[in-house]
Structures are given as structure tokens and as C-alpha cells.
Design a protein around this ligand. Structure first.
Ligand code: 5GP
Ligand code: MG
Length: 179
């Protein structure tokens, strides 16, 4: 595993190893298995960023459940554009279901603050948020992150699903921008 690498024009350094990520996902899976054993939850993974996290978490989930995917976007380059666009919508009935949103990272919380009311309009029983990463210092919206694997500082990260202009999502570890 390399300690620094280049994605496009920028340099990144190793921040969270693949091994540490898997450990934290394992313990999140255990908590979810216990709490939602009898609720048949629907996991709703937000693409593209959460694809690796969703895949690894779901391998730890051993209770009756379903998974579906929606695609949203709010980032361009290393700055939030501040505009959330729903690209691929919900295609499953969530009325009276427990919905667990799977996110790669909660940053300002804008994505979820725009998406949650849409989701609530379909009358789920409850909505919970499970995010791989959470940047508490960047949070600007009233969002409660129910489960997160790591709380991270307000730095730009790539890898394990997170991209820099489309690149770096395939990295098994998480890297931090070198300023
Ligand atoms: P929010 O709407 O909470 O500000 O941002 C959520 C989305 O912004 C995340 O799902 C993610 O796609 C993107 N994002 C936020 N912080 C980072 C980061 O450090 N690196 C990358 N690659 N994307 C981020
Ligand atoms: Mg995302």
C-alpha cells in the first residue's frame, strides 16, 4: 500500500487503511444486525460514492433486508456545487418500511437535507442514516447521523468510493489531499 499517490493533478496521502475500514464496517454491521433484526429494513445506498461501503457493509448484514440504490450529486472537483440533483430516483415502495440510508460521507449535510423530505413524502416508518464518514465540523444542516464508521476533519478525501473528479473511487484505502 502506497503512502502517497497522485489523482489527476493533486497529491494525496494515506489517511485510513483498508484494514481499519473493514474493522469499523464489521462493528457497524453487528450493531445493525442487533437493532433491526425484526424490522426487515430497506437499505438505500446513495450512488456513486457509497458503492464500496454498501457492498462491504451488506456482506456483514445477516438479517432479512433489501437493498436499493438512488443516484444524487452535489460535488464538482473539490468544492460542493451546493446544488443537489436526483439523477436516478426511488423505484421501490417504502411505505411503512424502516429505511437505512447508506452514504459515503456526510459533509455539509445538504445532500441529505434535500433528499430526506422527498423520501419522507413516501411515508416510511422511519429513516436512519449510516455513513462511512462524517465531517462534524462541516455540518450546516439539521441532519442526525445515526451510524458512522469514522468522524473526520474538514479535509478533502478520496478512495473507497470517494472520487476526485471521477477518479480514485477504486482505491481500497482512504487518502487525504496534501495542501
Ligand atoms: P454534503 O451534501 O453533505 O455537503 O456532501 C455530501 C456529498 O459530497 C458526499 O456524498 C460526497 O459525494 C461529497 N463529498 C463530501 N466531502 C467529500 C470529500 O472529502 N471527498 C469527496 N471525494 N467527496 C466528498
Ligand atoms: Mg455521495
Amino acid at each position: 500500500m502506497e503512502n502517497t499517490l497522485k489523482v489527476h493533478d493533486k497529491e494525496f496521502k494515506l489517511y485510513i487503511t483498508a484494514e481499519k475500514i473493514q474493522q469499523q464496517i464489521f462493528s457497524m454491521g453487528e450493531k445493525i444486525n442487533q437493532r433491526f433484526a425484526n424490522t426487515d429494513p430497506l437499505f438505500l445506498a446513495i450512488l456513486n460514492g457509497s458503492f464500496m461501503f454498501a457492498s462491504d457493509l451488506m456482506k456483514q448484514v445477516c438479517i432479512p433486508s433489501e437493498i436499493s440504490f438512488v443516484k444524487l450529486a452535489s460535488y464538482q472537483g473539490t468544492q460542493s456545487t451546493g446544488q443537489v440533483k436526483t439523477l436516478v430516483g426511488l423505484d421501490i415502495n417504502i411505505q411503512n418500511r424502516t429505511v437505512i440510508i447508506l452514504e459515503d460521507i456526510v459533509d455539509t449535510g445538504k445532500t441529505l437535507s434535500e433528499f430526506l423530505p422527498v423520501l419522507k413524502s413516501f411515508q416510511p416508518k422511519e429513516i436512519l442514516i449510516a455513513s462511512l464518514l462524517f465531517k462534524p465540523a462541516a455540518l450546516k444542516h439539521d441532519i442526525k447521523v445515526d451510524y458512522s464508521c469514522f468522524e473526520v476533519p474538514n479535509d478533502f478525501l478520496v478512495g473507497y468510493g470517494l472520487d476526485y473528479d471521477g477518479h480514485g473511487r477504486n482505491l481500497p484505502s482512504i487518502y487525504q489531499l496534501v495542501q
